[in-house]
Design a protein around this ligand. Structure first.
Ligand code: NI
Length: 169
């Protein structure tokens, strides 16, 4: 199974709003397997289809300590959210070492479907709630840095540009 390329900010394809999955077929199952592998290889907690240039509404994540409990959520929908929490966010599409504190709902109710096409509803809090909100944002073309002040966004952009120049040198 191949590792997939993860799109990097400011790639405009990261701004695509993904379309609902209408068919769970072999192709989708293969894409999910590749995304698991890519997520583990990159040591990320989650990966949305948008980040690997697949513009359909699904994401994968694994929040377990041993990294052996992969989860795939198809057509995720946040039904309700309450409270707030502040935590540090990083993102495989924004660059290593770049993270910042942003505000998220403390609790979310998530509706989705698994790879067998079975619908479910989850009540999530803590890190799981943060992760879900982050991945659903991706499917809507939103990055965590969009939630920061303009000044901070500018600083991050400059940092990334500098880092890329050093990488190329
Ligand atoms: Ni991300």
């Amino acid at each position: 199974m191949p590792l997939l390329d993860i799109l990097q900010y400011p790639d405009p394809r990261l701004r695509t709003k993904a379309k609902p999955v209408t068919n769970i077929d072999d192709e989708l199952r293969r894409q999910v397997e590749d995304m698991y592998e890519t997520m583990y290889h990159a040591q990320g907690l989650g990966l949305a289809a948008t980040q690997v240039n697949i513009h359909q509404r699904f994401f994968v994540m694994d929040l377990s300590e041993k990294r052996d409990q992969p989860v795939c959520v198809i057509n995720p929908e946040i039904l309700s959210q309450e409270g707030s929490q502040d935590d540090f966010h990083g993102c495989l599409s924004v660059g290593a070492g770049i993270s910042d504190k942003i505000k998220r709902a403390a609790k979310v109710r998530l509706k989705g479907m698994d790879l067998e096409g079975k619908a479910f509803e989850w009540e999530l809090e803590g890190l799981a709630a943060i992760c879900i909100q982050h991945e659903v944002d991706h499917l809507n073309g939103i990055l965590f840095i969009d939630h920061l002040s303009r000044l901070k966004q500018e600083r991050i952009r400059k940092k990334i540009e500098k880092f890329r120049r050093q990488e190329q040198a």
